[in-house]
Design a protein around this ligand. Structure first.
Ligand code: DX5
Ligand code: ZN
Length: 231
């Protein structure tokens, strides 16, 4: 089972409800909301108000990716606004364990995020307390960056760790995902794919963007048995 999470960071905000509905009609599974504070990452984006706006537009799961300092101070606001999944970074976060527990205690699913330069071992201790691991394949801050292919081997290591210690958890990947690399990312062990540019900036429109990602995944599923035979 694969999930597509459409990141509204590349959506046209003058028409947000229409853009989200188009993504929903195109069959995306989740809506990904990138929250940036200008400190943890160089960019500033959106807060609970936009999550609440998205909640009124769609009933799809809202997947909130917090790229902020002291995320523990804002969990309640994001869950109140309608977040179903809340993911926090392992980097620079001394209260990570407590914050993951807080997310779950408020009834949301908890995710832990690693930057491209962070090794998989960094999250081992918190794996029993999460529902999702988000592996960044760009340095967080902006959409439209190039996928860092060196992260593929880390996705495989994390898949292995998850299978051993928390097999129900999802492995999500975020950054530069497109129809050319999505099959390799799935092969490496991911089951949830975040995409902003490939969906909202597709030259033929949102529906075509989502469809081309799905088609690339389906092709991978058809090819997999052969790959296994060859392997
Ligand atoms: C980057 C964000 C991503 C971003 C992905 O910091 O976390 O979710 O929106 O954008 P694309 O798919 O364009 O790389
Ligand atoms: Zn993101």
């Amino acid at each position: 089972m694969y999930y597509l999470s459409a990141s509204i960071l590349s959506a046209d905000f003058s028409n947000l409800s229409d853009q989200i509905r188009q993504a929903e009609d195109a069959g995306v599974d989740w809506i990904h909301i990138d929250v940036m504070d200008g400190h943890f990452v160089p960019n500033i984006t959106m807060g609970p108000f936009i999550v609440e706006t998205c909640r009124r537009i769609t009933s799809l799961p809202l997947d909130v990716h917090l790229m902020i300092e002291k995320p523990e101070n804002h969990i309640q606001s994001f869950v109140n606004a309608g977040a179903n999944w809340v993911s926090i970074h392992i980097e620079g976060n001394p209260n990570v364990h407590r914050t993951l527990q807080l997310i779950r205690s408020l009834g949301a699913k908890a995710g832990i995020v690693l930057n491209p330069g962070t090794p998989s071992q960094a999250i081992e201790a918190v794996l029993p307390f999460i529902d999702l691991v988000l592996v960044m394949t760009v340095n967080p801050g902006f959409s439209g960056q190039t996928f860092i292919s060196q992260v593929l081997s880390k996705i495989t290591s994390i898949r292995k760790l998850i299978d051993e210690s928390n097999p129900k958890a999802i492995v999500q990947v975020d950054g530069g995902i497109n129809p050319e690399n999505i099959a390799a990312v799935a092969e490496a062990g991911a089951d949830c794919f975040v995409a902003a540019t490939a969906i909202f900036k597709h030259p033929q429109g949102i529906a075509e963007g989502a469809k081309s990602l799905r088609l690339a995944l389906q092709k991978k599923m058809r090819l997999s048995p052969q790959i296994q035979e060859r392997g």
